[in-house]
Design a protein around this ligand. Structure first.
Ligand SMILES: CC(C)(COP(=O)(O)OP(=O)(O)OC[C@H]1O[C@@H](n2cnc3c(N)ncnc32)[C@H](O)[C@@H]1OP(=O)(O)O)[C@@H](O)C(=O)NCCC(=O)NCCS
Length: 181
């Protein structure tokens, strides 16, 4: 039986090592990116209305985590995506999706526990009871489990084949109206 447990920024920061080990097992990032990614995640913990959920096994091991926060101007991802959406679809659309949004920043389940409904439960629980109008996220623009999961939860593509500044991989930016269906 998996328990989904909510935490705030303090416990998230304390458990960054666990977070990073699940992230690394799930995403296989290049080794040279891990330190930078950890610093980015630590910074995320300081964003407003930050909430992290851990999926925990009865023996205390952690199977996965998800976290998000309130998106605001001045945050790197928010500003980049706002501008791209504004250029593509206009200010009204950018404002509708990003003007009052939960940024769903990370969702990862350790490979040993994938495909058991944990990712779905984490995203649902993270979005539940949020006051924001929408939830937004980016994910690799390939036919992945994540793409399938988000679509089935009601996320629609806002931008596809999007390349972040300084990057080269293609991402989809997706959004859903809250509450999730
Ligand atoms: C994406 C992820 C968080 C989903 O968590 P999970 O616990 O494995 O997902 P769930 O068991 O809740 O299942 C999600 C759905 O994906 C489907 N799925 C699983 N593997 C799939 C695949 N390779 N391709 C397409 N769909 C797949 C499942 O069948 C399920 O759909 P269904 O309920 O309609 O049958 C997890 O797979 C993961 O950590 N992946 C690697 C890291 C990652 O991509 N994170 C997201 C970054 S944005």
């Amino acid at each position: 039986m998996i328990e989904i447990r909510g935490t705030g920024p303090a416990e998230f920061t304390d458990r960054l090592e666990t977070v990073m080990s699940i992230y690394t097992a799930a995403m296989h990032p290049p080794a040279e990116q891990i330190t930078g990614r950890q610093a980015i995640m630590r910074g995320h913990g300081a964003h407003p209305d930050f909430r992290c959920l851990f999926a925990e096994l009865p023996d205390g091991r952690t199977a996965g985590f998800a976290y998000g926060f309130h998106g605001l101007p001045g945050q790197w991802w928010h500003d980049v995506v706002y501008q791209a959406l504004q250029e593509r679809s206009g200010t009204e659309v950018a404002e509708a999706w990003l003007g009052d949004s939960l940024e769903l920043a990370e969702v990862h389940v350790h490979p040993d526990y994938q495909g058991k409904g944990i990712g779905r439960a984490l995203v649902h629980a993270l979005c539940e009871g949020r006051p924001e109008r929408s939830a937004v996220l980016s994910t690799h623009d390939h036919p992945t489990a994540a793409r399938h999961l988000y679509r089935s939860l009601g996320f629609t593509d806002l931008l596809t084949q999007f390349v972040f500044p300084g990057g080269y991989e293609h991402y989809a930016i997706a959004g859903a109206v809250l509450p999730l269906r």
